[in-house]
Design a protein around this ligand. Structure first.
Ligand SMILES: Nc1ncnc2c1ncn2[C@@H]1O[C@H](COP(=O)(O)OP(=O)(O)OP(=O)(O)O)[C@@H](O)[C@H]1O
Length: 414
């Protein structure tokens, strides 16, 4: 008999932990009693985080046991593949696939989909998804997780209001920062024939790229093509930048600049940065911490800082929530606040690494809309990294990393 597969639709406003706990540890919800006594496994980004922590703490390779490198040094797509192989080796009766396609480029998605299609003959699959386009084609039973309750649904609905709402969501002007960057050049970042290798594995091959004031770049590339590596050369987080022909904010790399000199010009968000705000941070403090680049706020904010934070919160429609804690917000709103936090100091360059990962359709559209607004109404240059073609995103240029046997080359599409 064909296994009983289910898709459970979620919205970012409802946390998933209760659902996962019920499915994996019980008591099982009505309609899911067929999982009783069955061995389950969870395929999700949070599981990858857990294993990374485990490998780091105990200096023991588990997911990466068949690889020469650590889980930490793998790209996000490589980590997903490693978790999937590990789960298969455990031969579970059912697998919960939590937004399985996030972080995967189109060809990795196809590859993953064909593996899952084979697996569906023998293993029960429960897909949890927030983007309707991700629905696995063979699933015929649907439920939704709303307000901590599982509801059986017969059809999948598109959120047709999302476009309209997104356009009308951020009606005001961008708040002006009191901090002004004195920068008289046109070029912010320039790479000339930059190559990077890890031991004998060449990742980037002779990349030349120029980011100018006010540019809006989308950075594309398959999993493992070197997007994060390339960005780490800009943010000052990689020793591989030394000895290369790289110009950062008017200074040649390696000419005595400090990491702080570079970072003060950059605002950025990454999935890991959002995760680092776990404590009790009010929205007002979250935003103000973007002015001083700290996680948390350690000095009393000035009236000027408070009024700037207020202006950003009002742009996001969150003016009445300044004292609310960041972790109490929906994931979608958290991401909007992270964008505003990165932008509040009006940096010369804004780096957005997968800002829509893990969001539902509506929340992703809102983030795209906010980013378009930042791109069109400020002089800040933007680099937007995503594996999905985000509908509605309006970059002015695209840098695509194209893997070759000798590392990825850069293909500029304008
Ligand atoms: N410290 C390291 N040691 C060894 N290999 C590394 C290290 N850092 C990165 N790599 C390798 O470099 C390649 C590029 O990784 P990177 O994370 O830059 O890719 P990416 O394009 O961001 O991928 P993804 O889209 O999957 O996140 C990968 O194959 C990765 O395993």
């Amino acid at each position: 008999m064909k296994p009983n597969h289910w898709a459970i639709f979620t919205e970012n406003s409802t946390p998933l932990s209760g659902l996962l706990d019920q499915l994996l540890n019980g008591p099982l919800p009505e309609n899911f009693k067929f999982l009783q006594e069955k061995k389950g496994a969870l395929f999700s980004t949070s599981e990858i985080q857990k294993w990374m922590e485990e490998e780091r703490k105990h200096d023991r390779k588990i997911l990466s046991r068949n690889h020469s490198q650590s889980l930490q040094s793998m790209s996000s797509g490589e980590r997903k593949k490693a978790l999937f192989s590990y789960i298969l080796s455990q031969q579970p009766n059912f697998i919960i696939l939590n937004n399985p396609f996030d972080n995967l480029d189109p060809s990795a998605r196809d590859e993953f989909l064909s593996k899952i299609k084979e697996l569906q003959e023998s293993t029960i699959l429960i897909q949890i998804l927030s983007r309707k386009a991700d629905l696995l084609p063979f699933i015929e039973k649907y439920a939704s997780w709303e307000g901590q309750k599982l509801k059986i649904i017969s059809e999948v609905h598109e959120n047709t209001n999302a476009d309209k709402e997104a356009k009308e969501y951020f009606p005001g002007n961008l708040p002006a920062s009191a901090q002004k960057h004195i920068y008289n050049l046109d070029t912010l970042v320039e790479f000339n024939n930059v190559s990077v290798a890890f031991r004998d594995k060449v990742v980037l091959q002779k990349i030349s790229w120029k980011i100018s004031v006010g540019d809006f770049w989308e950075l594309r590339g398959a999993n493992g093509s070197g997007k994060t590596t390339l960005l780490s050369l800009i943010t000052g987080d990689s020793p591989k930048a030394y000895g290369q022909d790289i110009l950062l904010f008017g200074q040649k790399k390696g000419s005595g600049e400090s990491v702080w000199d570079i970072k003060k010009n950059i605002g950025y968000i990454t999935p890991a940065l959002t995760d680092s705000f776990r404590g009790y941070h009010t929205l007002e403090h979250m935003l103000i911490s973007g002015l001083v680049d700290s996680i948390g706020l350690y000095t009393r904010p000035t009236e000027q800082q408070k009024s700037l934070a207020k202006a950003w919160l009002s742009l996001l429609g969150l003016e009445d929530h300044k004292d609310k804690y960041f972790h109490e917000l929906s994931k979608g709103r958290q991401r909007l606040v992270m964008c505003a936090r990165a932008m509040i100091k009006q940096p010369l360059l804004l780096i957005l690494d997968e800002p829509t990962a893990d969001l539902d359709d509506r929340a992703a559209k809102l983030v795209v809309h906010l980013v378009n607004k930042l791109g069109s109404e400020s002089n800040t240059a933007i680099v937007f990294v995503s594996h999905r073609m985000e509908p509605g995103l309006k970059p002015s240029s695209i840098m695509e990393l194209v893997p070759t046997k000798k590392g990825s080359i850069g293909n500029i599409l304008s």
